[in-house]
Design a protein around this ligand. Structure first.
Ligand SMILES: [Zn+2]
Length: 279
């Protein structure tokens, strides 16, 4: 699979208001600037975020990681690159397939996934078993195991390098596994019914369990819900519209990555009514 390392969505330099034409490289990160690189991986998801204090996050690692690692090295160089966080939003190969390749070239501090206590893939799932092998190898080398996402919190993913200087940076864990932030303090709501009441055909898929994150810097809001759906498949229950519950919590948002790679199931009108600043 050809992986193109073009920056698709640039982003925002609050201090310099810089915006690069599509297809051109972003200027080098500077202190006080929030950079969001939505890396084109062909068929998967991967985003590199550099917070204003220099803290680095990778959100997903695409289907394969060599080109992502190369991109990260280029974006974070010439100093030795490091990812302070890597967040794997769900256990599909187009989101975590490349994590071992990335980790082989770029040190990763805290690894976060959706945890192993809610509908994890079966043991014979090759992607999941490879991921578990990666975690075991990482632990043998002294690395930490993956933390489970804690939904509703603004203190799990934080600026690590100089938080005091940038108090308006906030990363809110908005959704995962059917638990959605309510927008009120750290409160969350479980929007999926109890598993033992759900017919087998309606059980939550990996996509509806995706982690969603809101990143805030001053008055700027960015949201990525990765593969969470907004318009359930025909006949599927309404509670599978995770986007709708998320939109009620996060409200108007400046930049919203279209979920599920722009497939047909995200983009519920109800969620856009809530999220669109123009409305
Ligand atoms: Zn996907």
């Amino acid at each position: 699979m050809k992986i193109v390392t073009t920056i698709l969505a640039a982003l925002l330099a609050f201090s310099a208001s810089a915006q690069s034409p599509v297809g051109s490289a972003l200027p080098a990160w500077t202190r006080g600037t929030l950079d969001i690189h939505q890396i084109s991986t062909g068929t998967g998801n991967s985003a590199l975020i550099v917070l204003p204090d220099g803290t680095t996050l990778l959100v997903d690692a695409g289907p394969s990681g060599a080109a992502i690692a190369k991109y990260v090295e280029g974006a974070l160089g010439p100093a030795a690159p490091r990812l302070d966080y890597a967040i794997l939003t769900h256990f599909h190969s187009d989101h975590l397939g490349g994590i071992a390749d990335v980790a082989a070239r770029v040190p990763i501090g805290v690894l976060i996934d959706r945890g192993d206590d809610y509908l994890t893939p079966p043991d014979d799932d090759r992607t999941f078993s490879r991921y578990r092998g990666f975690l075991d190898a990482r632990a043998r080398k002294g690395g930490s195991r993956a933390e489970a996402i804690r939904v509703g919190r603004a203190n799990q993913i934080v600026p690590l390098r100089d938080r005091a200087t940038f108090p308006s940076v906030e990363i809110r864990t908005v959704a995962a596994n059917g638990v959605v932030w309510t927008g009120d303090g750290d409160r969350v709501a479980r929007i999926f019914p109890p598993l033992d009441t759900i017919p087998a055909g309606d059980r939550p898929s990996e996509n509806v369990c995706s982690i969603g994150l809101r990143l805030r810097y001053g008055r700027f809001d960015f949201f990525t819900g990765v593969d969470m759906p907004g318009v359930p498949d025909a006949g599927a229950p309404e509670w599978q519209s995770v986007e709708t519950a998320v939109a009620r919590a996060i409200g108007p948002t400046d930049v919203h990555v279209v979920n599920h790679h722009g497939s047909i199931d995200p983009g519920a009108p109800s969620s856009f009514r809530c999220c669109d600043r123009a409305c």
